[in-house]
Design a binder for this molecule. Structure first.
Ligand SMILES: [Fe+2]
Length: 167
């Protein structure tokens, strides 16, 4: 890490950069997940989250503008690994139900990572008095939580069951 972490403001900026890199990586990965999902509702969930992810990127860019800073210069290693694991599923042989269940599991790991990041960021923004950023980060956090919930519902409603029957 290039910057000395001696104030919450600096931690805030480094974590914003991390989130930005994570979202940009996810923008590349989501179309692949969408195109490889067998279940139509799962495809829709990935497609909708792709749209939301574009907005998440733009919100972070807006926050950086207000800080007179740029989100470049950092690559989120965690998202790199999470995406890699998700893409491993794409190369697997198997039945549609089980593969979809595996895609959901990979995508939920991504969502939980993002939920953790945005939860921290929103709280830092609040403490630092960045009111507009609090609102933007809160909006993104809610969308990540809803995306996660939607995946849970798809898994529990029928996709996990499908994975148990199609052996
Ligand atoms: Fe996001």
């Amino acid at each position: 890490m290039a910057m000395k972490l001696d104030h919450l403001e600096k931690l805030y900026v480094t974590q914003l950069k991390d989130a930005y890199s994570a979202e940009k990586q996810l923008l590349q990965a989501l179309p692949k997940l969408r195109d490889n999902a067998h279940d139509e509702k799962l495809r829709e969930a990935f497609e909708d989250h792709l749209g939301e992810t574009k907005a998440h990127v733009e919100r972070i860019e807006r926050i950086f503008q207000s800080l007179d800073n740029k989100p470049a210069g950092h690559r989120c290693r965690a998202m790199e690994g999470l995406v890699e694991e998700g893409e491993e599923v794409l190369g697997e042989d198997g039945d549609p139900g089980t593969l979809d269940a595996a895609l959901i599991c990979a995508a939920q790991k991504v969502e939980h990572y993002e939920i953790a990041t945005y939860g921290c960021l929103r709280e830092y923004a609040r403490l630092l008095g960045h009111e507009e950023a609090v609102a933007l980060l809160d909006q993104t956090l809610e969308e990540e939580k809803n995306a996660d919930l939607r995946l849970t519902q798809l898994a529990e409603d029928w996709i996990n069951q499908a994975a148990m029957h199609e052996a």
